[in-house]
Design a protein around this ligand. Sequence first.
Ligand code: ADP
Ligand code: MG
Ligand code: ZN
Length: 414
Amino acid sequence: MTEPYRILHSVFGHHSFRAYQEEAVNAILAHKDLMMILPTGAGKSLCYQLPSLVMDGMSVVISPLLALMHDQITALSTFGIKASMISSMQSPQEIQETMHACRKGELKLLYVAPERLKGESFFKLFTNPSYQFFVIDEAHCVSEWGHEFREDYRQLFRLKLYFPQTPIAAFTATATKIVEHDILHQLSLSNPLIIRAKVERDNLTIKADYRNANGREQLLTFLSAFEHESGIIYTLSRKETESLAQFLNTRKILARAYHAGLPTEEKNETFRAFLNDEIQVVVATIAFGMGIDKSNIRFVVHMSLPKTIENYYQEIGRSGRDGLPSSTLLLFSNSDIVEHKRRIGEQPASEYQKVAYEKLDAMAKYASSQVCRHQHIASYFDDTILTCKTRCDNCIDGEKQSIDISHEALKLLS
Ligand code: ADP
Ligand code: MG
Ligand code: ZN
């Protein structure tokens, strides 16, 4: 048995690699730059954690989410892997200790928050670098064309300046071709292996519909097919998460609200109750998302139009991780577009606002599109697939709609 397989079994306890993982591991072991675009939950972390164990020395992971980093380090320590983090959450003394451990070669993985990359001080911390490779997690944050651009990520261009010999592995769940090229460019990846998973999720049924005056009734109709099954309902505003959760409770559907304005304890408790199937539904803003690793989510509903297809695709992708049939419903109305435009700013002045308007426009077009939903999403991410035929409203009702339209046309002609 080769070393990676041995570690896959003995350290991580997995029987086999998932799709694309082995290729990624081998690329890192061969000291190649790597760019991997794989859906959330597909198992990207293993792709760098495993090679870090095969290789001597330490590797550095840049990751934007403190909570996620913390979870990863805890998980790694249960596998007996020495990892630590540097972020605004640690005291200067803790950071000193971590740096000391680094220099003594006691760590396998060092997680670093992007805000630490400000200025050159971070890069100078490592005067005697001996890293195996750098990992950029959530790499789309480096691109202004992405949906979660972070100013601090811009500093990552320095990696190849300071450490030209050290390979970089970039990971993201969603990247259009434009974002992909931007990431390659920003990080100056040299001759990287690019692994891009197929976009299609063939266990999902995707539907979209205009939200009428009583959107909640439309929601209840949809939910009636999912008694006692887990799901997430996304709303635009914090207030709406709370009032909708209350409404569902009056209809005997166990639901709780989740948004960034709630106390951390309450959020953690809701998260825990949801993971343990003690509640059926979380009604949430987009704050509920990254890092959710619950396999049996049977449905995801959007009560309003998401602001980008990237967001939408990531959110619906939280359903059906176990591969079993799952459903998604998007309810939208023109007023959602007005609200998004208000949030972005009425007059698109900056580059950022222009991109936001374009992405919103793409999302709105998708919502009212007649094309196969799977195909539409795939083509947005530059993937080409056949129509799903049976797993989206446009394919299922396609005939009905064309009849409706010709019916209208007949009326107009007469
Ligand atoms: P991503 O970063 O792509 O969103 P994660 O790395 O967080 O995904 O992994 C998601 C889940 O998949 C984790 O619970 C992880 O333990 C599991 N996983 C990863 N690789 C495998 C594998 N080869 N076999 C079984 N489970 C795996
Ligand atoms: Mg991840
Ligand atoms: Zn279809």
